[in-house]
Design a protein around this ligand. Sequence first.
Ligand code: MN
Length: 228
Amino acid sequence: MGGHEPTYFLRARYIRAVEELGGIPLILPLVAEPSARRRLLDLVDGLLITGSGPDLPPHLYGEEQHYEFPLVSERRADFELELVHQARKRDLPVLGICGGMQTVNVACGGSLYQDISAQVPGALDHRQKTTAVHVVHSVTVAPQSLLNKVIAKSKLMVNSSHHQSVKTVAPSLKASAMAPDGIIEAIESPPHRFLLAIQWHPEFLFERHAVHRRLFEALLRAARRTRA
Ligand code: MN
């Protein structure tokens, strides 16, 4: 957090997860030039789109902002949406996490609940009070989905540190996990090799839970096939 000075901030545990599970992490800077973006993408075999804290500007999915939550910079939003577009075109493996899942959905033409507790009556509190190394709610996984294949489970416990979620699933995507209150917790793109996004934070869980480790391992496996 650099005050008013634009500053890059990324939790090191994302990098640790990729590195400890056999990948080479590379952080991409938010360049604006389209050709520079394409050249950066030429350097990588897959993408991990991380959570962000602030929300995507609602105009990106055709809505006015209804609640006063901090927004990510237009530069970051534009860069990450473009990464998703390019990855779909190239069939580059993508794992979206939390805010990264929301970015994937919006990039593909879906929309978001701007605030679950204000817009979804009876929803669970998806902002856990304990640290994210603890799991707090279950999700049910769609049979025959990529997610189901990756984790080999039809139900699992996850952490939950989000106040937004997918509202309308993008036309080309399908929901592949749901919380008990109906909130969508994972989306994926069936025609693609590996385009999966989840609402929880496996980077807090991978060390202790094999099921969450498998998400990173599957991304890295798909990335190695890009290289091959
Ligand atoms: Mn949740």
